[in-house]
Design a protein around this ligand. Structure first.
Ligand code: ZN
Length: 137
């Protein structure tokens, strides 16, 4: 899954969270014929990835650049603040997600499941505390 975490401007690409630099301006044309607006640029090794959003259908795409050549165009699943729990549910087991949610709500939680969740996110370069501080319901 290629995912975009809107509140953190992070692109999850190749099992790695890549921070982005905010941008604006023309981002190409969408399949629907609409104009796309640049959101963020992400550096992935030698490649640059542009995340842009269609102003007509709100689809989000990632364009992969090698220099000035576009070598890939991929649809991106967008997660806004109120979707971040869903994002975690894709990555984590139900026990891990429950531990994270319990901790977030100030309840007793399964410490080892929470730590496993934290480790899983760290492995792709995500900070669990930073992520859950952005969650809204
Ligand atoms: Zn579109």
């Amino acid at each position: 899954m290629i995912a975009y975490l809107e509140p953190l401007k992070l692109l999850i690409y190749g099992e790695r969270a890549i921070p982005g630099t905010a941008s604006s301006g023309f981002g190409g044309f969408c399949d629907c014929g609409g104009m796309m607006t640049q959101k963020t640029w992400h550096q992935n090794g030698n490649l640059k990835i542009l995340v842009s959003e269609c102003e007509n259908c709100w689809k989000i795409e990632a364009l992969v650049f090698d220099g000035t050549d576009v070598i890939g165009r991929e649809e991106v699943r967008d997660f806004k603040r109120n979707d971040l729990k869903e994002f975690l549910s894709v990555l984590l087991s139900s026990t891990e997600l429950e531990a994270v949610m319990n901790k977030l709500e100030g309840e007793r939680y399964n410490y080892s499941a929470y730590n496993r969740a934290k480790k899983k996110l760290e492995n792709i370069g995500l900070n669990l505390e930073g992520l859950i501080s952005e969650i809204i319901f």
